[in-house]
Design a protein around this ligand. Sequence first.
Ligand SMILES: [Fe+2]
Ligand SMILES: [Fe+2]
Length: 175
Amino acid sequence: MEQLKATGSRKHLEDSEFYLIIADLLESEEVQHLKQFRHHIMTTRFQHCLNVAYYQYRLCRLLGLDAVSAARAGLLHDFYFYDTYEYTHSRPEVRHSKHHPELALENARKHFALNEKECDMIRKHMFPMTAELPGCAETWLITLVDKYCAVLEFVLPQPKRLKDAVRNRRRARVN
Ligand SMILES: [Fe+2]
Ligand SMILES: [Fe+2]
C-alpha cells in the first residue's frame, strides 16, 4: 500500500493525530477521486490538498489556532472535479481562481458537515484573487500555505526531472 506523506516531509502520516482528524474525509470515495486530477503540473489534486491540510494543521497548531478545522478545510480547499487546463480553455469566460473556491465549498457541503471557519477557509483561500477579506486568522494562513505548497510541489521534483533527462539523453546517444 502506498504510504501517505506530505510533499517535502518524511513523516508517515498513518497513525498520526493529523490522520485521525481527517480520516473520515480522506477515506471517502470523493476525496480519493481527487487522485485522478493533475494539479500544479507536477502533482495530483489529492496530494496538493493533503499537503495544504498537513502544513496548515502544523502551522495552526504551533500558533495555538484551530488546527482541527485548519486540517479539514485544507483537505477540502480544492475539492472540485475537472481538469483545470481543459476547463479554462473550453470556458474562457470563467475566472478559475475566483470560481473554484465557491465550487469546492459547494461540493464539500454536499458531502460533509462543515463549520463556519472551514467554510471561510475554503471560500477565501485564493485571496486576494477573491475580493472578500479572510474572516479569521486560519484563513489568512491558508492563503499563504496554499501558495507555499504550490511552490514546493513544483520545485522539489526538478532535480529528479533533470537527472532523468540527462540519463535519457545518454541512453539515446548509446543507441
Ligand atoms: Fe485553490
Ligand atoms: Fe490549492
